[in-house]
Design a protein. Structure first.
Length: 246
C-alpha cells in the first residue's frame, strides 16, 4: 500500500532525484556485494578490487571482471528499472538517477540522466594514456588487454581506495540539494559518500522516500520507508501517479 502523501508530494514535485544501489539490480539476478548470497562472500574484495591487486595479479582480476561482464551482459532490466524510465518521462530533465551500480541496467532500460558514482563495467580505459575501450576481448592466449600505446587496460570502475568521479559526485550532490522528492532505492546505506546523499536532500528540504526489502542504517532519516521489492513498489507508484494526472 503506497501512502497517499507519497503520490501527493510527487504530484507537487518539479525535481525528483533517485539514488540506487545493489538491491534494484539484485531483482534482475545481479549478485549483491553485501548480504546473504553476496558475491563478496565467495571472493575477497581486497584481493581483487583495488589497484595494487590489479597490478600484482592483472590476469586474475581481469578473469574475474570478464566473468562479471558476461553475467551482466546477459542480464535484463526489471520492472523497477522500467518504472524509473516512466518517471523520467514525467519529469524530463528534472529527473536524475545517481547509481552505485556498475551494471549499465538503467541505461539499458532507457534512462538518460544517470550519474554513475562507481563507474560502468561495460567500459574500460588505459592506465597510461586514458583512452577508453568499449569492446575488450580476452581469451586463453591474451588474458591481459593492452592499449595501442602499450599501457594496461583496466575496468572503468571505482576500486577500494579510489575517489569517486568528481563530475558524477558533484552532479549527484546538486541533484540532492535541488530535489523536491528524493528516493533511495535498494541501497544499504553503508557506502559513503553515496550513502550521504539522502541526508543532503533531507537537509535541503526534500521529501525523502526509502524503498528496500528491509530497514537500513539510514532508514530513520526518511519521511517514508517502503519495505518490499522496488520491482513491485515503483510500478505501483507510477500507476497511481498517472491516475492522478488523469
Amino acid at each position: 500500500m503506497i501512502p497517499q502523501n507519497v503520490i501527493h508530494k510527487l504530484r507537487e514535485a518539479k525535481k525528483v532525484a533517485v539514488l540506487t544501489g545493489a538491491g534494484i539490480s539484485a531483482e534482475s539476478g545481479v549478485p549483491t556485494f553485501r548480504g546473504a548470497g553476496g558475491i563478496w562472500n565467495k571472493l575477497k574484495p581486497e584481493e581483487l578490487a583495488n589497484f595494487e591487486a590489479f597490478m600484482r595479479n592483472t590476469d586474475v582480476v581481469w578473469e574475474w571482471y570478464n566473468m562479471r561482464k558476461e553475467l551482466i551482459n546477459n542480464t535484463q532490466p526489471n520492472k523497477g528499472h522500467y518504472a524509473l524510465v516512466e518517471l523520467e518521462k514525467i519529469y524530463g530533465d528534472e529527473f536524475t538517477i545517481s547509481t552505485q551500480n556498475i551494471d549499465n541496467l538503467h541505461q539499458k532500460a532507457g534512462n538518460k540522466n544517470v550519474y554513475e558514482l562507481h563507474g560502468n563495467i561495460t567500459r574500460s580505459y588505459c592506465i597510461k594514456c586514458n583512452k577508453f575501450h568499449s569492446d575488450i576481448k580476452i581469451d586463453e592466449k591474451n588474458r591481459i588487454p593492452y592499449c595501442d600505446c602499450g599501457g594496461l587496460i583496466r575496468p572503468d570502475v571505482v576500486w577500494f581506495g579510489e575517489n569517486l568521479p568528481e563530475f558524477e559526485l558533484t552532479k549527484s550532490i546538486e541533484a540532492a540539494e535541488n530535489a523536491d522528492v528524493y528516493f533511495s532505492i535498494g541501497t544499504s546505506g553503508n557506502v559513503y559518500p553515496a550513502a550521504g546523499l539522502p541526508s543532503v536532500a533531507k537537509r535541503s528540504g526534500a521529501f525523502t522516500i526509502e524503498i528496500n526489502t528491509e530497514r537500513t542504517l539510514i532508514s530513520d532519516l526518511f519521511d517514508v520507508v517502503l519495505i518490499g521489492k522496488s520491482g513491485d513498489i515503483l510500478p505501483e507508484i507510477v500507476k497511481l501517479l498517472k491516475e492522478e494526472v488523469k
